[in-house]
Design a binder for this molecule. Structure first.
Ligand SMILES: *Cc1c(COP(=O)(O)O)cnc(C)c1O
Length: 422
């Protein structure tokens, strides 16, 4: 595979941007190779500037559930762009998207559109703090909620009650208000609430965790979070920026969080996210209430248009989720047969991931113990064979409605050969 033009483009990009990229994982630094620079994408395929074609399982890190450049989304956008790209004034599109979102998420009575998942979680936490008038928050190690200061925090050593900054630039004082606990560890959650439950504003969790690879909730973990937050008057925030619209966690687990964060799919490939939930909480957001949050481009007409077109197709296509899940199961089943018992391939709907680990992965420590070198070799072999995977075991892979049986066969054939060489 020739990546000459991409390598040159990468060298030039590095002069202007940290790591040559605008989001770190794109630099492929964890797999020691330079990233293909993308020229275009259509359906399940992406094409780089050297003319290579790949079956894409990254899907822009989740949003492209319909596949790339879906006809209906593109034609809606083409019409919308003619009407202007931003007004900074109300449009009917915003209400249309909000109404669609509510059909998927009945627990979201009132919502606010923002531009990224980071903004959604950051704002939801401000609302939780403003509403409860408490400072501390609980998050789980390995869950990613965007890059706002309160959330770039690791567990401190020793006491479970003091977090430490996971990035330079996050102050110790901010980190101290974040309590980080291992995922799926209900006992520690209960212990922390018993110790300082009255100071905790909220628990934020990915109900299906996708940012340490895919890790599913187990042993009534989510039920425990709901029960303990209710008992102590803290809010429960489900960060469904990644798993939302691919899984119906709130229905499947019969849990209503107080607030939900959405992103990725909600914008149909354009920058859009949202946070919302119970009306009596959300009415505290400005201008109805005093909790401030705003955005020049929030509710942008192009983003609304792409989101509406995408969600309309999801809701109007019979058995959309079931069919996509079945397709993903077929792929995952094939991969399991090829890779064998030394490899874990968890799946949730159209999300899956691959851990080179003989033992099931239930939290970040398990994910971190998976064999990184094996993954690196496997990743490069797959890329060589035209299969575009996320360049890290700590990422989730996505199947789109555009992936065909032929794509799956091609992927499994590549996996068979890649595995022999890995
Ligand atoms: C991607 C992601 C975010 C951050 O969204 P951005 O749009 O990248 O800011 C937050 N939470 C989860 C669960 C995510 O997967």
């Amino acid at each position: 595979m020739n990546l000459e033009k991409s390598a040159a483009a990468f060298a030039k990009a590095k002069k202007f941007m940290p790591g040559g990229v605008n989001s770190p994982v794109r630099s492929f630094s964890s797999v020691d190779c330079s990233p293909p620079f993308i020229a275009r994408a259509k359906g399940s395929r992406i094409f780089d500037i050297d003319g290579n074609e790949y079956v894409d399982y990254v899907g822009s890190w989740g949003p492209m559930i319909l596949g790339h450049a879906h006809e209906k989304v593109i034609s809606a956008l083409q019409k919308a762009v003619e009407r202007g790209t931003s007004y900074g004034a109300p449009t009917e599109l915003e209400t249309q998207l909000a109404e669609l979102v509510q059909k998927f998420y009945p627990s979201i009575e009132v919502l606010r559109m923002v531009n990224s998942g980071t903004e959604a979680t950051m704002s939801a936490i401000r609302v939780a703090r403003g509403f409860t008038r408490r400072d501390k928050i609980v998050k789980f190690i390995g869950c990613y909620h965007g890059h706002s200061d309160s959330l770039l925090v690791n567990a401190g050593s020793g006491a479970a009650t003091f977090g430490e900054p996971s990035s330079p630039g996050v102050t110790k004082n901010i980190a101290r208000d974040t309590i980080a606990i291992p995922y799926n560890d209900s006992a520690t959650v209960e212990k922390v609430f018993a110790e300082c439950g009255g100071q905790i504003a909220c628990v934020i969790v990915e109900p299906i965790a996708g940012n340490m690879g895919l890790v599913l909730p187990k042993n009534n973990f989510l039920q425990t979070l709901r029960a303990v937050t209710e008992k102590f008057g803290a809010l429960l925030i489900f960060d469904e920026v990644m798993c939302g619209f691919r899984n119906d966690v709130q229905k499947d687990f019969q849990i209503q969080p107080d607030l939900t964060c959405l992103g990725k799919i909600i914008g149909g490939g354009l920058p859009c996210a949202a946070y919302g939930g119970r009306e009596n909480i959300m009415r505290n957001v400005s201008p109805d209430g005093k909790i401030y949050q705003a955005g020049t481009l929030s509710g942008n007409p192009l983003a609304m248009t792409a989101g509406i077109a995408t969600l309309k197709i999801l809701s109007a296509t019979p058995n959309f989720t079931e069919n996509l899940t079945a397709k993903t199961s077929k792929l995952v089943g094939g991969l399991k047969k090829i890779l064998g018992a030394e490899v874990q391939i968890p799946q949730a709907g159209s999300m899956f991931s691959i851990f080179f680990s003989a033992k099931p992965v239930e939290n970040f420590a398990d994910a971190a113990a998976a064999d990184q070198n094996k993954f690196k070799r496997w990743f490069k072999n797959m890329l060589e064979r035209g299969i575009y995977l996320a360049p890290s075991q700590f990422e989730t892979l996505f199947v789109s409605a555009a992936h065909s049986d032929e794509d799956i066969s091609k992927t499994l054939a590549a996996a068979e050969r890649s595995w022999l060489n890995a």
